[in-house]
Design a protein around this ligand. Sequence first.
Ligand code: GLU
Length: 477
Amino acid sequence: MEKPRTRFAPSPTGFMHIGNLRSAIFGYLLVKHDGGDFLLRIEDTDQTRKVEGAVEFIYNTCKLCGLEFDEGPLNGGPYGPYTQSERLDIYKKYAHELVEKGEAYYCFCTEERLDKLRKLAEDNKMAFMYDGHCKRLSKEEVEAKLKAGVPYVIRQKMPKEGTSTYEDLVYGKITVENRILEDQILLKSDGYPTYNFANVIDDHLMHITHVARGNEYVMSTPKYNLLYDAFGWERPIYVHLPMVLGADGQKLSKRNGDASFMDLYHDGYLPEAIVNYLALLGWSPENNEEIFTLEELVKVFDPKRISKSPATYDVKKLNWVNAHYMKKLDIDALYKITYPHLKEAYDLSNKSDEWIKELIRIYQNHISYGKEIVDVTDLFFKEHIEITGECKEFMEQEGVTNTIQVFEHEMEAITDWTIENINQAIMNTKEKANVKGKMLYMPIRIQITGQMHGPELPDTIHLLGKETVLARLQKKA
Ligand code: GLU
């Protein structure tokens, strides 16, 4: 079997959105499953969208995710350059070769003429399609215009009859009527290729065997195949990926929850969890397992199990996956992704490193991502806690005031502030107030934290410190 090769082909816009990264992951898994090569190609033919440093950014993002490129603009390779703006001569050469073969033609139509055609189509409620005007120019007319320096584009000559068919690994057989295929522009008047042209030339020259990309290209792929055929090149295998929708059922965008990888990373999500979650966006393994390392994904990935239906980006599920990975972190790793958020939110100047680490440790199983530490620990940083709603109702029950008073005495009596002694104080309260279970723990927890749930009570009390605990116990509702 030929060694599989695929490419991740982003535009260098400076962001790596969830949908983008998902495409990269699927491409990576697809080829690595069979020991193939994963390439990076920068599609920067739209120079207006170019952002400085974007290539390094893409490398960094992918590296954090464990996706290393075998070839690409920064690490090179045998089929470079891997940046489209550095390949303009190549596209030019092939576009002219197609003209010579009679598979493409010069088009000198002005913007005014095209605008008129567009307007006409709009008035007739039809989709605009170039009318093939310049295809009918004689050889002499073309030569005269070229000589006179009239600006031109090169268009692909589409068959007007019959159908075109290809087999997509995900969507199966795709057939289109050739008459709906527009004579699309291959080379623009500024000498830049369109995506429609460059992707074919590059995929061929870079020996790409598998094209994994978003399914917005499913219907234009027949046009690309006609280009492969015109050159006499072998077509690649297509793996079009289902769309990713936001929670509102619309295409994922900034508005309905799309985040860039770096946003998530900076909020304290773990790259391995993000990769794990994204691999499940439109793909599922044979069994219903959901937690996979990248290596495990490489092993079990089967493109036949990519779904045709759109996937929904669900932050709750991402949080669930991330929480799973968070639970396994050692204290130093946990500290690294939570501490910066604590530091930003609270004044930690009078807290020891030991205290901060202990705080982070007791919340390890209570947070889904790093930044969440801020919300759940605010009771440690504010002077007054409020007891509201459900908690307040609970505190109105008979016996609660007594339990609090007994516990307060027990707290006052402690001279050595240790978790063991705090535990003992709770046990003493159980005896003296004659309460147990929920009626023992809940009043204390609510009075001290304002919440019904949280980490182990003795740990929490210990970290709050005697002074704060006593002040809160003495505060009447
Ligand atoms: N530059 C294209 C995009 O970002 C790549 C599509 C492809 O992988 O061919 O949509």
